[in-house]
Design a protein around this ligand. Structure first.
Ligand SMILES: [Zn+2]
Length: 242
């Protein structure tokens, strides 16, 4: 069982996209389970083993209860299982439905399904689809049906207009520390691998600028933006003054 299931395509997506929110949920006593779809083996920098260790360290920094990896092929859109001929995407939907039914969370987080990286798009679509299917009584699977109440979609390369922001001022340093766990991906003059957007010396600063921008809009230091299918419901308009 978990209060929150959070999905990312690669071992650093959750930290970069919504690390402050995950740390906040964990600090509030919620059981947070992080799930990576792939081991990031297509990444320009770092090995699978390095990335596994980095992801484990980052989950600890954020206070997550556990972190799972579905070990689907990185860059997985075109792939089919050679034994069964089933597309990776169909396998992913079935796996996510089973995870939702097994953990029975009320809240899901996943990539926003429009992004420069095709894996981010697929994870966004798969989780949205699986959330719905997990609630269908007649959809196959071993556990009882369960549909989480809310899906929060986070942004990575592309920034889209959010429907809400989460004040992460309290946990922003934890988020930065979790991203810094991904040493193989970040700036390191000692590594000879090709440079990427993440390995720029100012990567953390650039990401912080985004959270500063959204924080400034709501009068706090840092906020993470999200898209929800429906606008968040306000029961007491005065609560917006808090
Ligand atoms: Zn990614």
């Amino acid at each position: 069982m978990a209060d929150v299931l959070a999905f990312g395509a690669h071992p650093d997506d959750l930290e970069i996209g919504c690390g402050g929110t995950l740390a906040l949920l964990a600090a509030q006593g919620r059981e947070v389970v992080m799930v990576d779809f792939t081991r990031g083996e297509m990444g320009t920098r770092g090995t699978v083993e390095e990335r596994r260790v980095e992801a484990t360290d980052a989950a600890r920094v954020l206070g997550a209860a556990s972190r799972l990896n579905l070990e689907l092929p990185d860059g997985f859109l075109p792939f089919r299982d050679p034994a069964t001929g089933i597309a990776s995407r169909e396998i992913a939907v079935a796996r996510v439905v089973e995870l939702i039914r097994a953990h029975r969370p009320r809240l899901l987080l996943a990539n926003y399904p429009s992004d420069a990286h095709p894996d981010h798009v697929i994870v966004g679509e798969v989780v949205k689809q699986a959330r719905y299917l997990a609630g269908l009584k007649k959809w196959h699977g071993t556990n009882d049906r369960h549909r989480p109440d809310l899906l929060l979609q986070y942004f990575e390369h592309e920034q889209h207009p959010p429907t809400c922001v989460v004040d992460v001022s309290r946990t922003f340093e934890q988020k930065q520390a979790a991203i810094r766990c991904h040493k193989s991906q970040l700036h390191d003059p000692a590594r000879a691998e090709p440079q990427t957007a993440l390995s720029r010396p100012d990567f953390l600063e650039r990401r912080a600028a985004r959270d500063r921008f959204f924080g400034a809009q709501v009068g706090v230091d840092f906020a993470e933006p999200f898209f929800t299918q429906a606008p968040p419901k306000i029961t007491d308009p005065m609560s917006l003054l808090a």
